[in-house]
Design a protein around this ligand. Structure first.
Ligand SMILES: O=P(O)(O)OC[C@H]1O[C@H](OP(=O)(O)OP(=O)(O)O)[C@H](O)[C@@H]1O
Ligand SMILES: Nc1ncnc2[nH]cnc12
Length: 170
């Protein structure tokens, strides 16, 4: 499956100079989407994951599909103001701005092994903020999974020594 070739690039979105990698070019092809879920399934075999934390918004697609495939609970880390209930929050920088992400305090039980999943790793700010949230509520992040990694932005440096899988890099 040639995922790399399938992924559409939208030039100058959402800001001039950004080459936006559009994972909808994967989800609109069920065979490719299914291939991605199987690759993530393989990557998590070595980890005894208790829960999947899916990142807002495109990470929900992959986290949702993988969680169902693996019969694991899925929780959401969302942009500020969307979740409700008692939340922990972290602010982070993006390739094209900054944002704040939240997780419900009851989403993770102390000691649970967590996989964080998103469509894309760029600067690593989003994933690192999500990991900080999981840590704040007592969880243990043991795996990061991304469909795409943007090599030039050194996002992995933000993720410490936690196992990290990315299926395609640009
Ligand atoms: O590694 P980083 O530099 O943090 O960037 C990666 C994040 O940026 C994009 O999301 P975005 O914040 O644009 O939100 P969206 O998925 O809701 O469009 C992407 O889906 C990742 O979540
Ligand atoms: N180049 C990019 N394409 C898609 N999502 C992104 N998030 C941050 N940078 C991105």
């Amino acid at each position: 499956m040639d995922l790399k070739n399938l992924i559409r690039t939208i030039p100058d979105f959402p800001k001039p100079g950004i080459q936006f990698k559009d994972i909808e070019s994967i989800t609109e092809h069920p065979e490719a989407f299914s291939h991605v879920v199987e690759r993530f399934s393989e990557a998590m075999e070595a980890h005894d994951i208790d829960k999947i934390v899916a990142l807002d918004a495109r990470g929900f697609l992959f986290g949702g599909a993988l969680g169902l495939r693996q019969k694991l609970p899925i929780v959401m880390a969302r942009k500020k103001g969307k979740l409700g209930g008692d939340c922990v929050a972290e602010t982070y920088a993006l390739e094209y701005g900054s944002a704040e992400v939240e997780l419900q305090k009851t989403a993770i039980k102390s000691g649970e092994k967590v996989m964080i999943i998103d469509d894309l790793l760029a600067t690593g700010g989003t994933a690192a903020a999500a990991a900080a949230l999981v840590n704040q509520v007592g969880g243990d992040v043991t795996l990061f999974a991304f469909v795409i990694e943007l090599d030039g932005l050194n996002g992995r440096a933000q993720l410490g020594d936690v196992d990290t899988v990315a299926l395609v890099s640009f």
